[in-house]
Design a protein around this ligand. Structure first.
Ligand SMILES: [Ca+2]
Length: 194
């Protein structure tokens, strides 16, 4: 359910009516749903010239979205996008997946490339997530160009955005630091400087 603050012009100027309280789910996804980890270039060849990647190889490329809040979040209409580049160098947000249902507090949903099923995933690609979803396409995350994970809920700008630079180290799981996704060693260094 979307929270709508209605503004009405009355005799005394603006009347602000509060949304009904006591919703079952957190409705403000900002600062609540975040892309917290990303594995853009799984170890081994993740993009073959002639295709033919196995379901396990495809599933080794993933993004983790966590509910970092203290209430369940309604996922209805929330979608994950990434940056796709045109030959002329311009780019746009490309749709990866739209979600539904709800995500409980603290839980992580991992969006794998390919179609799975989860039973073919390697242990390291299963560990650390509560739910495993598949975007049912080819590889998603750019290797040789920068990329961003953007979470949208119908507006033109993402309510959460996290980016990494071109050529992330192969096999490195990128961790969220501020609005960036960086290799774990860099993330630990950033944490130690706080
Ligand atoms: Ca990739």
């Amino acid at each position: 359910m979307a929270t709508v603050w209605s503004l009405k012009w009355g005799r005394c100027g603006i009347h602000v009516s509060r949304p009904e309280q006591g919703n079952q789910y957190e409705v403000n996804r900002i600062n609540t749903l975040k892309t917290v980890r990303l594995n853009p270039t799984p170890a081994g060849k993740d993009r073959t010239r002639y295709g033919g990647a196995s379901a396990a190889q495809l599933g080794g490329e993933w993004a983790d979205i966590q509910n970092v809040g203290s209430q369940a979040v309604d996922l209805t209409g929330v979608s994950l996008h990434h940056i796709a580049y045109h030959p002329n160098g311009t780019s746009h947000w490309e749709h990866v997946m739209t979600f539904n249902g709800a995500l409980s507090p603290g839980k992580v949903m991992r969006i794998h490339a390919g179609s799975g099923p989860a039973s073919v995933l390697r242990q390291e690609d299963l560990a650390g997530a509560d739910h495993h979803l598949f975007s049912h396409g080819n590889y998603v995350w750019n290797n040789d160009k920068a990329d961003c994970a953007g979470l949208f809920d119908g507006r033109s700008d993402p309510f959460d955005k996290a980016c990494y630079g071109a050529n992330p180290p192969e096999g490195a799981i990128l961790q969220r630091v501020a609005d960036s996704l960086v290799p774990a060693a860099t993330a630990a260094f950033a944490a130690s400087r706080r």
